[in-house]
Design a protein. Sequence first.
Length: 111
Amino acid sequence: MKKRNISLKSKIEIQKIFKEGNLIRFTNLNLKVFYKSNHLIYSRLLVTFSKGFKGAVKRNHIRRLFKEAFRKRLELLEGKAIDIIFVVSYSRLNLTYLNIESLIKNLVLMV
């Protein structure tokens, strides 16, 4: 799968996921996950942050970690076409790659 297919970019589709999608809250990580099945043959991802999340370097680092973990776990989503939105809401959050990878693995198994 090409890297450009992983990102969810359409504003209309993003609003639809927020309105109609399912919500999972991870209160210990200050993280919300919205997901909804899509009409495509592949899954897509969006990582967004609350307005209180300061520091562009930290935001971009966390975004890269999520995308890489998602890309590595795409084989678990074989046959499922879902759109996933992660909303990170606390800037002092200490997320490591291993935490994010296990989070995505558990999320895929729940969906």
